[in-house]
Design a protein around this ligand. Structure first.
Ligand code: COA
Ligand code: AMP
Length: 630
């Protein structure tokens, strides 16, 4: 079968296509049909099945005789350690943790927040939740206590599982004080927490509320897998929207299993026993799908890497991991390659390692710039495959299905739509545009299995954010075009989301924080182009009348405020004080025009601008910090 055959079938006969794919999964009760459309435009897949995620990711491989194969390799250049966990060990560790959670009252449907760094215990915590049918929500370690508190109040977890600390190069991230502060700040209080004590920092536990990971499990009965219905949420993952309130993307259990298994063979060409590595973080969707679930569902070995592309200890660390653990498919973000290329432009480190097992490099998370793709392809000598997806979809929307056939690579395009994604480029009125024309990218409903059926506790917001602008379609929030061969090009976001080092951030959320500074009257945050991180946030601050403090002092406080309220991951370091912001006559801030000025690009004077002279003031302010250079 060619890609074209597979794709056509998925669009013409989605029911038959996905029922066939569902045969790769172990069901307690198989689905009677694939698509449930009675509540359209809300759709469910495999809703009437009974199934368990952890069984499919762990136990079934032990039953099938793969118990002695490595399930997880933890490689931490930060702690100078490597360790392996077999499927059999993983099964007993996860069953024990799940048993301890159950003994403390965690049941099917309860939420559990997981706040952990890149250690195998993070995956074990996720799997222990899905084993019980509890719904986990992993929070990225680079977020501040306030962001954690917002998630606690939205997900209302019965328990929080955390580690005592995370390790960034040269700095210990003190998770426990952040966790304590978040619980204090949140209105909802969890019944208890479980703390994995790392040797780098032993956290102080609060008696009666905090339990140590090991003693908590002592003497408990291991838990078996609890069947859940196909539409049961496997997890909630919060992602940035246009406001400070993150969106809780719900991942449905059965569709997630079927879709991820499909991707492992058809997209990444991975078979049981192969080694797959996604150098991301469990706090992001890539970490959920491709560090934890998909490689394990497929019976492969996954790598949990605690380090950075450069500086831990050098720009050769990725290649060392690929060589030492015989990685077959490697997945990272373009920004990581840019960091490596900057330190090692000739690829000298690559030559030091034997990368014979590597079949392909997959890129996602942000637009893959041609320079970086060409550099990697030349230095590594393997296909460099860009692919496009979102937290909302959980798996690739457009990619190159190398397990079916490797289509010709067009640098700058993540290739073609994957099964079930009927991609259209629309104009503002929702009419399809001809090939080559830039527009809003939308996907005809229903989305395929595994994609979000709704937002947690926010169905109205789900409909408003994704289903309203273009009735009958899912609005991706990305703009781009299709070429004459059906290749997709993703060019920009249509909303206030920016992408900093592969991390999705909301400028709206940053503006809310800046506006809370007592001296700031008005503000705007934009994403400016950055050679390493793709984009960097840049703030414009208008100070309140009568404020006569030095602008630099206010800027410094604003930088600290964002780090404190959102977290270091926001990478907010640039701001300027201006008198006024450019606006339309109806009062809308002209952020897109400000981006063009900052990047030194030419722009068309917006017809609705209120006072064009303000743009000169913006340009002068930007020049004072080294931007707006033509
Ligand atoms: N816990 C706590 N803090 C974290 C963190 C975590 N898990 N991850 C990042 N941070 C902190 C960093 O320490 C840094 O803090 P600093 O301001 O004190 O230096 C800040 O957040 C910004 O981090 P980042 O944007 O990652 O920049 P960096 O300068 O540390 O590293 C790169 C730059 C390019 C090497 C790095 O961003 C990278 O590896 N990116 C790849 C991202 C990726 O894989 N994304 C997943 C999408 S697939
Ligand atoms: P996230 O939800 O964090 O995975 O971010 C999703 C967003 O990142 C998408 O909507 C795009 O804007 C961007 N993105 C992800 N992958 C790509 C890609 N391959 N090319 C261009 N943009 C991408």
């Amino acid at each position: 079968m060619t890609y074209a055959d597979v794709y056509r079938r998925s669009i013409e006969d989605p029911e038959g296509f996905w029922m066939e794919q569902s045969e790769t999964i172990d069901w307690v009760k198989p689905p009677s049909k694939a698509l449930f459309a009675d509540n359209a435009p809300l759709y469910e897949w495999f809703k009437d099945a009974q199934v368990n995620t952890c069984w499919n990711a762990v136990d079934r491989h032990v039953e099938a005789g793969r118990g002695d194969q490595l399930a997880i390799i933890h490689d931490s250049p930060i702690t100078h350690s490597t360790k392996g966990i077999t499927y059999r060990e993983l099964q007993s560790r996860v069953a024990s943790l799940a048993g301890a959670l159950r003994a403390k009252g965690i049941e099917k449907g309860d939420r559990v927040i997981i706040y952990m760094p890149m250690i195998p215990e993070a995956l074990e915590a996720m799997l222990a939740c899905t084993r019980l049918g509890a719904i986990h929500s992993v929070v990225f370690g680079g977020f501040a206590a306030n962001e954690l508190a917002v998630r606690i109040d939205d997900a209302t977890p019965k328990a929080i599982i955390a580690a005592s600390c995370g390790l960034e190069p040269g700095r210990v991230v003190h998770y426990k004080p952040l966790l304590d502060a978040a619980i204090d700040a949140a209105t909802h209080k969890p019944d208890f927490t479980v703390i994995f004590q790392r040797e780098q920092e032993v956290a102080k536990l609060i008696e009666g509320r905090d339990f140590a990971w090991h003693s908590f499990q002592y003497g408990v009965e291991p838990a078996e897998c609890v069947p859940v219905s196909g539409d049961h949420p496997a997890y909630i993952l919060y992602t940035s929207g246009t406001t400070g309130q993150p969106k809780g993307v719900v991942r449905p259990t059965a569709g997630h299993l079927v879709a991820l298994q499909w991707t492992m063979t058809a997209k990444y060409n991975i078979a049981p026993g192969d080694v797959f590595w996604a150098a991301s973080d469990v706090g992001w969707v890539v970490g959920h799908s491709y560090i934890c679930y998909a490689p394990l569902i497929a019976g492969a070995t996954t790598i949990v890497f605690e380090g950075k592309p450069v500086g831990t200890p050098d720009a050769g660390t990725f290649w060392r991991v690929i060589q030492n653990h015989k990685v077959k498919s490697f997945f990272t973000a373009p920004t990581a390659l840019r960091a490596i290329k900057r330190e090692d432009p000739t690829g000298a480190f690559i030559k030091d390692y034997n990368l014979k097992n590597l079949q392909a490099l997959f890129l996602a998370g942000e637009r893959a710039d041609p320079d970086t793709v060409n550099w990697a392809a030349e230095k590594l000598g393997v296909p460099v495959i860009d692919h496009w997806w979102q937290t909302e979809t959980g798996w690739v929307i457009a990619g190159n299905p190398m397990g079916i056939e490797l289509l010709p690579i067009k640098v700058g395009s993540p290739t073609v739509p994957m099964p079930g994604y009927d991609i259209k480029v629309l104009d503002e009125g929702g009419h399809p545009l001809p090939n080559g024309q830039l527009g809003a990218i939308a996907i005809k409903l229903p989305l395929p299995p595994g994609t979000l059926p709704t937002l947690w506790n926010a169905e109205a917001r789900f409909k408003k954010s994704y289903l309203t602008t273009f009735p009958g379609y899912y609005e991706t929030g990305d703009a781009g075009y299709l070429d004459q061969d059906g290749y997709v090009y993703i060019m920009a976001r249509t909303d206030d989301v920016i992408n900093v080092a592969g991390h999705r951030l909301s400028t709206g959320a940053m503006e809310e924080v800046l506006a809370s500074h007592p001296d700031v009257g008005e503000c705007a945050v934009i994403g400016v182009t950055d050679a390493l991180k793709g984009q960097m946030p840049l703030g414009f601050l208008c100070l309140n009348k009568g404020v006569d403090r030095s602008p630099d002092a206010v800027i410094k406080e604003c930088v600290a405020l964002i780090r404190d309220k959102i977290g270091p991951v926001a990478a907010f370091k640039l701001a300027v004080v201006v008198d006024r912001l450019p606006k339309t006559r109806s009062g809308k801030i002209l952020r897109a025009t400000m981006v063009k000025i900052a990047d030194g690009e030419s722009f068309k004077m917006p017809a609705t601008i209120d006072d064009p002279a303000i743009l000169d003031e913006i340009e002068t302010a930007l020049k004072s910090i080294g931007y707006a250079k033509r």
